[in-house]
Every structure is written in C-alpha cells, then in structure tokens.
Design a protein around this ligand. Structure first.
Ligand code: SF4
Length: 458
C-alpha cells in the first residue's frame, strides 16, 4: 500500500481533536437539569465554552473550579466545594456533572473521595445528584470524553435501579451527533413505536427555540430516572465502534449494561449512507416487531434516485476525510457507496483501532491511507502530496482546502465558520440525502468555477 512520508518531528501542531472534558460537557448538557462543572483552571472551561458556543450558537453555561497556583500544589478539594455551593445556590440544578482536566488529573485529585467528603459535610441537606468522569486530556480526545461520560452516567445511576424486571424500553446510545441527528433518530424510534431511553439528549438544550426568556438551564435532556432504568431495559443499541479510546480495556456504556445487567447490546456503526441506515432499521424492526414506516421507504427510494441522478458528478472523485474516529468510519462507508474514493482517513484519535475498524467494517474497495494521532499539519502535508478533489470534515480543515483550492464539505464538530453547524444532518436516509446533495453540489460548483465558459446545465 502506498503511504505518505513519515513526519520529521514529534510535536503535535494544531491537533485534529478537542479536549476530553469538552466531550463530557456535551453529554452533561444532554441530561435534564444538569450543569457541567470543569474541575481545573478557568482557562479550560473558557476554551470549552468558546468552542461549544461557536458551534451551537447558544449560551452554554459551564462552571469551573477555578484552580490557582495554590490548588495546583495543595489539591482542588476546597475549590470544588466552593464551586458546588455556588452552582447549587445560583442554578438549583438537578445534577452537577463534573469533568476533570489535565491539571486536576496530574495532581491526582481523587474525585470519589472528595465528593464523598462533600456529601458528608452536607448531610441532611437536599443535594443535587453529583456525577463525575475522569477526563485527562493528555490521554484522549473529545470523543473519548463523550463516551466516558455516558459510561459514567450509566455506571453511577443504573445500579440504583429498583426494578428487577426488564422493562419494555430500549436504551439508545447515539454517540456524538448533531442536534438535528438526535431529532431524526428520536423520531424514528417514535414512529417504530419503540419506547426508549435516549442518552444523551442535547437536541433541545444545545439548540433551543427562542421564547424571549433566558433559561439558566434549558429544558430538555435525559432524566436521571431514565438513566436509572437503563439497567432494566430490554436491549441497548450503541452506535459507534470505537468507544473505548486510549484505554481499550474500559467498557463502553453498552458493554457495561450487557456485562453487569445482562441487557443485550446491539452495536452498530453510525447510520450514514443507505447500507448503514438499512442495518439500523433492520435492528429496530427486529426489536419493535414493526416494519419500516412508509415515509422512510419513500425517503430511501428518493435517496437511491438521487444517487442515480448525481452519480456522474461524484463517481471517481478522490476525498480526504478527517475528524472523530467513528465519524470517519461512517463517512468512508458512505463514500464507498456513492463511488467517491477515499485517499486519506485521518483522526486525532489515539485508539489504534481506526485502520482495523475501517478494513473490518467498511471493507473498502481500494487501499486507503489511514492515520490516527494525526494533526492538521500532517493532514495539510498529506493533502499537498495526495491532491484530493474534495475534503470532508469540520471547519478546522478550511485553511487546507483554501490553500489547495478544493471544496470542503463541512460535517461533524466543530463547524464554526457557518450558520447551522449544529443542525447539519448526517444520519438516516434523510441526513444522507442532505450530505449527498452537498457533496455533489460542491463538486459541481468547483467545475463551474474552474470552467473557462461556465455551465448553466449540468
Ligand atoms: S487540554 Fe487540558 S489544559 Fe487544555 S483545556 Fe483541555 S483539560 Fe484544560
């Protein structure tokens, strides 16, 4: 297999990933009444807020324990206590979701012990639920933080379930998708009459309607009672293959529910493209006993029709795909389906599983160069060599596409140089249709822009 030249330096420049507690914060925003709290410096929380606000275009309240030099030396317990008191007084939350940072992890704050002490100091008081997740960013990506936070919620609350009997509900763990994707998936579950626990659900809290009021904690999100029920649901559907991050022994939420609560787990890729969406519907039909509703059959048919109509514009083009590992896997599977050849898959993720997963789950028709632990400078130099026709990924690849003068189709996270980044649909037939149109049109526009005569009809 052809490979690109190895880099001549070891430092990461412009990482193709974001920080681990950022992913955890998104999950906590998807829990009803929850305020995320970053246990570390003010700068960590500011960075996370800045990224989330620029993508979601909503006010995103994220608290910080505001480490100083003193806390870095003597530990962050005192700051955490003050932060918890402040959040409880100001927000009256149902849940506080605490994510650690590089600094609190490096000094070794034991969150379990500290939170135990805090609860003891408040005995008799009505406290919100306190949940924490270890998210050292030197060991992971925002995707790892996301999946670890989902697992932490399930671990903390599922054992508290009083129900010994299996309920009719299924637990649906969608992974890190857009708010529009979450709405698409929730609608499908409703239409198939599948009672479900959807975790996390930030479809409203990070994309809410204007109603003239500022809500300190926006309405919506998965309730703690629902999370407690995950241990007694009759099945878990967990989307994404690369869920364990750098610690391959760590169990995902779905694996934990299967091993500890005997909840059968159905593990699927992200439903991007016809084949992957068909796989998801087959599982949902099996679990619900209901056939695919007519409107999805029509959406599927229209998508096939669009593939036929647009095939000549996309077939044989060469793409570079980058972003979160599972997003890259899902996107490559879709590109295979529409005849675009992926020449490079890149991610800042460090699971070591990306290449193997692509070859096992996608079975690409051509050899693909796959690199995890890649940064944007690596991607830029690879692109200069590979000369792709199109780039597919988040906004951070813009300067590379601009230098190469090729189209960039923006997907995933973060999309902060466009309006509506949070509403980009990627999943199901509906999302795939939008992606396909975007890709075909980006390539058509490129042809028009570079034609000496221009084209009115294609
Ligand atoms: S990478 Fe570490 S230091 Fe930087 S913002 Fe994230 S947690 Fe804070």
């Amino acid at each position: 297999m052809k490979d690109i030249k190895p880099k001549a330096f070891v430092a990461t420049r412009n990482a193709c990933k974001l920080c681990t507690p950022l992913g955890a914060s998104v999950v906590f925003k998807g829990v009803e009444g929850c305020v995320p709290l970053i246990h570390g410096s003010q700068g960590c929380a500011t960075y996370i807020r800045r990224y989330l606000i620029s993508h979601y275009k909503e006010p995103v309240d994220i608290a910080s324990t505001n480490f100083t030099e003193q806390s870095a030396i003597f530990g962050g317990q005192q700051n955490l206590f003050v932060a918890l008191n402040n959040i409880i007084n100001q927000y009256d939350p149902k849940v506080i979701g605490i994510a650690t940072t590089c600094l609190s992890e490096t000094i070794g704050d034991d969150m379990q012990v500290i939170l135990h002490k805090y609860k003891n100091s408040k005995s008799g008081e009505d406290l919100p639920e306190l949940v924490y997740v270890n998210t050292p960013s030197f060991k992971g990506t925002h995707a790892n933080g996301f999946h670890d936070a989902v697992a932490a919620l399930v671990r903390q609350f599922a054992p508290l379930s009083e129900a010994s009997q299996t309920t009719q509900k299924i637990t649906f763990l969608p992974g890190y998708l857009s708010t529009a994707d979450l709405r698409v998936l929730k609608e499908i579950l409703v239409e198939l009459k599948l009672e479900n626990i959807f975790l996390p659900d930030y479809s409203n809290t990070l994309d809410y309607e204007y109603n003239g009021k500022y809500m300190r904690i926006p309405e919506g999100g998965t309730t703690v009672d629902e999370i407690k029920e995950t241990g007694s649901s009759r099945a878990t559907i967990e989307l994404g293959y690369i869920l364990s991050g750098s610690d391959t022994k760590a169990k995902s939420a779905g694996e934990y529910l299967e091993e500890e609560h005997s909840v059968p787990r159905f593990n699927l890729g992200l439903p991007i493209g016809i084949n992957a969406t068909d796989e998801m519907f087959e599982t949902l039909e099996k679990l619900s006993g209901n056939p695919m509703p007519e409107r999805y059959k029509k959406q599927r048919g229209r998508l096939v029709d669009a593939y036929v109509d647009g095939h000549k514009y996309v077939f044989g083009k060469r793409a570079v795909v980058y972003g979160e590992e599972d997003f890259v896997v899902g996107m490559v599977k879709f590109l295979e389906e529409i005849g675009i050849e992926t020449v490079l898959c890149a991610s800042g993720g460090g699971s070591g599983l990306l290449k193997q997963t692509i070859y096992e789950k996608v079975k690409p028709s051509n050899d693909i160069i796959v690199h995890d632990n890649f940064d944007y400078e690596d991607i830029a130099s690879s692109c200069r060599e590979l000369k792709p026709d199109i780039m597919i990924g988040n906004s951070k690849g813009y300067y590379i596409a601009r230098e190469l003068d090729i189209p960039l189709v923006r997907i995933g996270f973060p999309v902060h140089d466009r309006i509506g980044g949070q509403r980009i649909k990627h999943v199901s037939y509906e999302g795939t249709q939008e992606l396909f149109d975007k890709m075909a049109n980006a390539l058509i526009q490129y042809t028009q822009d570079n034609s000496p005569v221009g084209y009115k009809y294609m």
